[in-house]
Design a protein around this ligand. Structure first.
Ligand SMILES: Cc1cc2nc3c(=O)[nH]c(=O)nc-3n(C[C@H](O)[C@H](O)[C@H](O)COP(=O)(O)OP(=O)(O)OC[C@H]3O[C@@H](n4cnc5c(N)ncnc54)[C@H](O)[C@@H]3O)c2cc1C
Length: 430
């Protein structure tokens, strides 16, 4: 028999998923007192950023010369909160990019604080397992608490799908999501890990090309067998720890058998990577492996079919849209497992992300946020980084807030009002 919670939950706005996009959406949605519930299946906020140990906020600065800041709003509130705990280095220039680097543990804490400050009701260990729909509307979701084993339903007026995989669209109609590129091909996943005892001053000088050359040397010596021939390290605030992203695992997390295999294989590869870093990479001679990500870093999952599909051409040509709610600039970074290569496609322009990409074709009271918006597989290789994910989340949350105020559906939102509100709240749209 299923145990039910004492009370089911009714709210104005449900945020499904507490990744970086869901957190941004929740904060924007709650700004004027709406009741906002955020359901997250893990035990903390941040999604891939924290449970996957990805510590660099990419895409907050243009990739063009000048590297101007292109993401504000929620990103700025988060940066201010992280500064209070020494958890962020802003505007770090490395190789070809300028990024913000944050400590994943402190990031999770900063997100908690921001949510509490805005009275977002957090439901951790709360996995959405089903939903009820009628007349193109989400009516309720069914949630199981993985700690207590109890189940409850949440009945919202509006919802933001920040699940990273278009879960609400999939539950409404499996044909309303897409996965991967041609033939469903997905990017490689990575098991990220953290090393402590790093000489940060030395390690931060190591370039991607040097890592590539050292990996080739280690392979010749028989010290490395993993297939990936490149890697990236990020020195964390505090200067004595680094995050390492240096292996590839092929796993589709929508396939149950892949979940366990991917995690076990990923941890094995992380151990080999850590031995390599200690032996070969400057600054890591005394370092120890201190943490392997709790979740496998799955780059590519399902996304919604929306009212507009952002394409590779839109990104390459730097296309402008009247309903733009975020800028994007990260190159299309494609981790190709099958061909064992990392592809970067650079555009000569920043580009716009239109609001229509957030609107699922078949649902009227749901908005998508983060990496599961409506884009092609190659455009996804750019929009999936955390800068745009935060801005998209802020736009989705703001739109739900306006919908409540105006008693409208997301597709009816006055785009000029939405853009004006975003600009007033720190977003950068040009
Ligand atoms: C290995 C790797 C390295 C990367 N490196 C970088 C980098 O250096 N810089 C960068 O900017 N980006 C990087 N990215 C991309 C970036 O981290 C993600 O695309 C981005 O964080 C996605 O944010 P999101 O909020 O849209 O989704 P997610 O982070 O996936 O969040 C979705 C959330 O929804 C929750 N959820 C899912 N299903 C349910 C359910 N049924 N019930 C309740 N909750 C649910 C999940 O637990 C999760 O917390 C990397 C990605 C990977 C995989």
């Amino acid at each position: 028999m299923i145990q039910r919670h004492f009370k089911d939950v009714c709210c104005d706005i449900l945020i499904l998923g507490g990744g970086i996009a869901g957190a941004a959406a929740a904060l924007a949605a709650a700004r004027e007192g709406a009741s906002v519930v955020l359901a997250e299946k893990s035990g903390r906020l941040g999604g891939i950023a924290t449970n996957g140990l990805v510590s660099t906020l990419c895409g907050c600065y243009s990739s063009l010369p000048g590297r101007r800041k292109i993401i504000g709003g929620f990103r700025d509130l988060l940066a201010a909160e992280l500064h209070r705990t020494g958890g962020i280095l802003e505007g770090v220039d490395r190789d070809t990019h300028r990024n913000d680097t944050c400590d994943p543990e402190l990031l999770a804490c900063a997100l908690d604080t921001l949510m509490q400050r805005h009275d977002v009701q957090l439901l951790f260990s709360s996995c959405v397992i089903g939903a009820d729909f009628s007349e193109r509307l989400l009516r309720s979701v069914e949630v199981v608490n993985t700690e207590s084993g109890t189940q409850c339903s949440i009945t919202p007026r509006l919802a933001v799908d920040a699940s990273g995989g278009g879960l609400l669209s999939r539950l409404a109609d499996p044909a309303s999501i897409v996965s991967g590129g041609e033939g469903g091909k997905l990017q490689a996943a990575t098991m990220v890990f953290r090393m402590d005892g790093v000489d940060g001053d030395r390690a931060r000088l190591v370039t991607k090309d040097e890592i590539r050359a050292l990996l080739a040397e280690a392979r010749r010596n028989g010290d490395v067998v993993g297939e990936r021939g490149n890697g990236v390290l990020t020195v964390l605030p505090g200067n004595s720890s680094a995050i390492v992203n240096a292996n590839w695992v092929q796993a589709d997390m929508s396939v149950p058998e892949d979940v366990t295999r991917g995690l076990v294989e990923g941890r094995k590869k992380a151990l080999e990577n850590a031995r390599f870093f200690r032996k070969y990479v400057p600054g890591f001679g005394n370092a120890v492996l201190s943490s392997i990500a709790a979740s496998l870093g799955v780059r590519e999952a399902s996304r919604i079919k929306g009212k507009y599909v952002l394409s590779q051409e839109d990104v390459m040509e730097g296309r402008r849209f009247e309903d733009a709610i975020s800028l994007g600039s990260w190159p299309m970074e494609y981790h190709d497992y099958e061909q064992n290569r990392l592809v970067y496609l650079w555009s000569e322009n920043d580009y716009d992300i239109p609001f229509r990409c957030l609107l699922p074709e078949g649902l009227d009271n749901v908005i998508a946020a983060g990496r599961n918006i409506s884009v092609s597989s190659m455009a996804y290789a750019s929009t999936r980084v955390m800068g745009p994910c935060m801005a998209i989340g802020q736009a989705a949350g703001t739109a739900t807030r306006l919908c409540l105020k105006l008693n409208a559906f997301p597709k009816e939102v006055d785009i000029h009002l939405l853009r004006k509100t975003l600009l007033n709240e720190g977003a950068i749209l040009e």
